[in-house]
Design a protein around this ligand. Structure first.
Ligand code: SF4
Length: 324
């Protein structure tokens, strides 16, 4: 069952040189119990797409058009109060660095109880019980005792578990996990990803995973959307994507990960463009080995390259276009 539908999201920033578009017709959807990975290099727009859902955008950013439908309600048409009540409760953020999300002056338990009081309207023993259950659900041992600890007494992995516990205590329907393991050791990374996968399977929570790590995506995601310079250039079920990658940018990303080390590792020449840079046609064309004349003039539409598999590349011109 579809829970989130982002359609043709366009967003830009007011800069010194005027208004610069940063997201171009971004569309993706998420169903209950599904993990969608938004993949791409830093600055490609994946975090901005996710923050648009939570409407946690910088002051200079403006969504110019699009729909963000959560359980059938367009969040872009809701009042600030309504969005606030959804944010942190129904849709929760698991940040890259958990330390910045926990207040060092309060115990982790106090912070969890505050979230439970605001979003679940529970107090006293009932709230405490809920906090203990949430800590147990994220496998924090000696939950009652650890709730009384301050953030500095928790390791990085434990802090990330505590943040996830806050989302579980509110019965969040969607978790937005923004590079959730980047700040953690490799073994802890695996534990956190396994925990997210368990939550997805057991509670049918939908997870939007933002990452540049294709190895993580291969292991955990159900669907993949690859972003480049503010556009989704390829989307598919994860199995289909890894078996039949199509877009030259996706292929370049896959050839640059160590999992494919039977071949020599490739690099992608050049840099992704900044939002101020105007590039006509396909934005990947200055870095693309397959660039043709048309690529420098026209924006490639999305072509259907497999079942529910789309790729915005002129190399697929003989195939059908994605229907809106
Ligand atoms: Fe490369 Fe052209 Fe495809 Fe863009 S449209 S990825 S430049 S071949």
């Amino acid at each position: 069952m579809k829970i989130l539908d982002v359609e043709n999201l366009n967003l830009g920033f007011s800069c010194e040189n005027g208004f610069n578009q940063a997201l171009w017709d971004v569309s993706f959807s998420l169903s209950k119990g599904e993990m969608l990975a938004l993949v791409g290099e830093s600055g490609c727009g994946k975090t901005m797409s996710a923050m648009s859902i939570l409407q946690l955008l910088p002051k200079t950013a403006k969504i110019t058009s699009g729909v963000i439908s959560f359980n059938g309600k367009d969040l872009l048409k809701e009042t600030c109060k309504e969005v606030q009540s959804i944010r942190g409760a129904k849709i929760a953020l698991i940040p890259q660095d958990p330390m910045t999300s926990l207040n060092p002056l309060f115990t982790v338990g106090e912070q969890l109880l505050e979230v439970i009081r605001i979003h679940q309207h529970l107090k006293g023993k009932a709230a405490w019980q809920k906090a203990v259950e949430a800590f147990e659900a994220v496998q924090i041992p000696s939950a009652e005792k650890r709730l009384k600890d301050y953030p500095h007494e928790f390791s990085g992995g434990m802090k990330q578990r505590a943040i996830i516990a806050m989302a579980l205590a509110c019965n969040a329907e969607i978790l937005i996990a923004d590079e959730p393991t980047t700040a953690l050791d490799v073994t802890i990374q695996a534990q956190i990803m396994n925990l997210l996968e368990e939550i997805k399977t057991d509670r049918k929570t939908a997870i939007l995973l933002i990452t540049h790590d294709l190895a993580l995506v291969r292991e955990h995601a159900d669907k993949v959307a690859v972003m480049y310079a503010g556009r989704i250039v390829e989307s598919a079920a994860a199995n289909e994507f890894f078996e039949h990658p199509n877009h030259p940018y996706s292929l370049a990303l896959l050839n640059s990960i160590p999992a494919n080390r039977d071949k020599s590792l490739e690099t992608i020449t050049g840099q992704p463009p900044s939002i101020q840079q105007i590039i006509e046609g396909c934005k990947f064309h200055p870095r693309c080995k397959n660039c043709m004349e048309i690529c420098t003039k026209k924006i490639p539409p999305e072509y259907s390259v497999g079942e529910n598999h789309f790729s915005a590349c002129f190399l697929n011109e003989s195939l059908e276009r994605k229907s809106d």
